[in-house]
Ligand binder design. Structure first.
Ligand SMILES: N[C@@H](CCOP(=O)(O)O)C(=O)O
Length: 462
C-alpha cells in the first residue's frame, strides 16, 4: 500500500515512511492510495476473531509485507497485552438499543491507548530496524499526551515532547503526563488553549528544514497509523453488537474534537463495515456539528467545558474528510485549505452539504446537558459515564431513530474527570494506578504559546 497527500504534492510512499513523515511535507495529510475493500464473506469470518487477530488482519491490508507478518503480529500482541481487559475493548449493553464500547482499558484509561500503544512499539521497531532518529512532538488537550508518553517512556532511541494547554486539562490528565520522570520525556505546559498547541506543532512540522533537522515525528491523529489503529474497534464493536443480538441497523456515536476518531469510523464504513449512522457528538466547542448541520466551518469562541479533551476548534483530520468529500481531488483540497487559512472559514451547500449530511448526523451537547446525562445513566443503568462519553450518549439519544441500535464510543474512564462527576454528587473510587499519581512529584515547564518559545525548548531537548 502506498500513501499520498490530500494536497497532492508528495510522491507516493510506503507505510513506514508515511508514519515517519506524520504531517505530509506539502502541509496536507497522508491517506492510503486506495481504501481496501472488505467483502461481506470476509466480514463474516472476522466476526470470530479476537481483538488482536482482527487488528492483525486490518493492519495487514494497509501495511502489505513492508513489515513481515510475524513481526507485525508481535507488535500487535505486545501492544494489546498491556490492556487490563481480555477483550481489549469490551462492549457493554445498557439496553436493547444502547451500547457503550469501552475503549479505556489501556494503561492511561483513555481510547488513545488503543492506537498509541501500537504506535509507540512501531516507533521502537522502526528506530531499531532503520536506525531512524525518533523525536516525537505532539499536542494534547489531555488524553493523547499521557497515552503517547506511556507508549514510549524509557524507550531507547526515542524522545518525546508534549505540549498541553496550561491549566486546561483535568487534574488526573495533568498528573498522568507530568509525574513521568523518564529522561526521554519533556512536558511543556503552554499558556493558551489546545488550538494554540496544535497550531504551533503544525507550523513546526510544516517548516521542513526544522522538521528534518530535529527528526520530528508525530503521534497525533495527523499520523495515519493512529487512524488505521482506531478503525479496528469499529469492526470489533460492530461484531460484538451483532453477537449480542442488536437490531440490524447499527449506529456509532462518537464524541469528537479533532475529528480523528470519527474519521476512523468513516474509513471503516468505506472499507465495507455496514455502519448505519455515524453520529458526531461535540461539546459546546461545536464547529464540527455546525459544519454538518449548517455547512459552515468556522471557529467560534473557545469555551472551557466539562469535557476538556474536546475543547477544540480547528479539527486536524477534517482535511482528510474534505479529500473524500471532493472526490479525492487534491487540487480542490489544497485550494480549500488555502482559502480557510486566508478567510478563517469554509462553506458548503447544495449537493455537497447533502453529501455531508448523508455521511454524518451531528449534535452539539450543552454543558449542563452533559452532566444531566451522567446523572440519568447513573440512576437508570447504574453505569458511570465520563463527560466525553456522556456527550456521545446524549447525541445518540437525540439522533438515533426507533429500530436503530447505537454504540457510543466510551473514550475515557470517569476517574479521569472527577471534577465534573463530583458536580452531580456522584462518588467514585479511583483505580489504584490513578490514586497513586497524587503522591508523585511533577515535572513540567510552563512556556509562552509562541513558536519561538517552543522552538527554543525543542532545540535544547532534541
Ligand atoms: N483530544 C485529544 C486532542 C488531540 O487529538 P489527536 O487525536 O489528534 O491526538 C487529546 O486528548 O489530546
Amino acid at each position: 500500500m502506498q500513501y499520498i497527500s490530500t494536497r497532492g504534492q508528495v510522491s507516493p510512499i510506503g507505510f513506514i515512511d508515511a508514519v515517519l513523515m506524520g504531517l505530509a511535507d506539502d502541509g496536507g495529510l497522508l491517506v492510503p492510495e486506495q481504501i481496501p475493500q472488505v467483502a461481506p464473506s470476509i466480514l463474516k469470518q472476522w466476526q470470530e476473531l479476537t481483538y488482536t487477530e482482527l487488528a492483525l488482519e486490518i493492519f495487514s491490508l494497509y501495511i502489505d509485507d513492508e513489515i513481515p507478518r510475524a513481526d507485525l503480529q508481535k507488535l500487535v500482541e505486545s501492544s494489546y497485552a498491556t490492556f487490563r481487559h481480555t477483550e481489549v475493548t469490551p462492549l457493554q449493553k445498557l439496553s436493547d438499543d444502547r451500547y457503550v464500547l469501552e475503549l479505556f482499558h489501556g494503561p492511561t484509561f483513555a481510547f488513545k491507548d488503543v492506537a498509541l500503544q501500537f504506535l509507540g512499539n512501531l516507533y521502537a521497531y522502526v528506530s531499531e530496524r532503520r536506525n531512524s532518529v525518533i523525536h516525537i512532538l505532539g499536542a494534547t488537550s489531555g488524553d493523547t499526551g499521557a497515552s503517547a508518553i506511556e507508549g514510549v517512556r524509557g524507550k531507547e532511541g526515542i524522545r518525546i515532547c508534549i505540549l498541553h494547554p496550561h491549566e486546561k486539562v483535568s487534574k488526573v490528565q495533568e498528573l498522568q503526563m507530568t509525574t513521568v520522570d523518564d529522561a526521554n520525556v519533556l512536558n511543556l505546559s503552554v499558556k493558551g488553549n489546545f488550538d494554540d498547541c496544535q497550531r504551533i506543532i503544525k507550523d513546526l512540522f510544516a517548516d521542513i528544514d526544522f522538521k528534518h533537522r530535529y527528526h520530528l515525528r508525530a503521534i497525533n491523529s495527523i499520523n495515519i497509523a493512529r487512524i488505521l489503529a482506531q478503525t479496528v474497534y469499529y469492526f470489533y464493536g460492530y461484531f460484538q453488537a451483532v453477537k449480542q443480538g442488536s437490531p440490524a441497523k447499527i449506529n456509532f456515536s462518537v464524541p469528537t474534537g479533532n475529528f480523528g476518531d470519527i474519521f476512523a469510523g468513516y474509513l471503516a464504513k468505506k472499507m465495507g463495515l455496514p455502519i448505519h449512522k455515524l453520529i458526531l457528538a461535540t461539546n459546546e466547542n461545536n464547529i464540527l456539528a455546525r459544519f454538518v448541520n449548517e455547512g459552515l466551518y468556522q471557529p467560534g469562541d473557545f469555551k472551557e467545558t466539562y469535557s476538556p479533551s474536546m475543547d477544540i476548534q480547528v479539527a486536524s483530520n477534517f482535511e482528510r474528510y474534505l479529500y473524500y468529500l471532493y472526490g479525492e481531488e487534491a487540487g480542490i483540497v489544497a485550494s480549500l485549505m488555502a482559502q480557510f487559512k486566508t478567510d478563517g472559514r469554509l462553506t458548503v451547500s447544495g449537493d455537497i452539504l447533502a453529501q455531508v449530511q448523508g455521511d454524518f448526523a451531528a449534535y452539539s451537547v450543552a454543558n449542563e446537558a452533559c452532566l444531566d446525562t451522567i446523572s440519568a445513566y447513573h440512576q437508570t443503568y447504574g453505569y458511570l459515564l465520563d463527560p466525553h462519553t456522556a456527550c456521545g450518549v446524549t447525541a445518540a439519544d437525540q439522533l438515533a431513530a426507533p429500530g436503530e441500535a447505537t454504540i457510543t464510543l466510551s473514550t475515557a474512564h470517569p476517574a479521569k474527570f472527577d471534577e465534573a462527576i463530583q458536580l452531580r454528587q456522584i462518588k467514585q473510587t479511583y483505580p489504584p494506578q490513578i490514586q497513586a499519581l497524587f503522591a508523585k512529584p511533577q515535572f513540567q515547564t510552563v512556556v509562552d504559546g509562541t513558536n519561538e518559545a517552543i522552538q527554543a525548548q525543542l532545540e535544547k531537548f532534541f
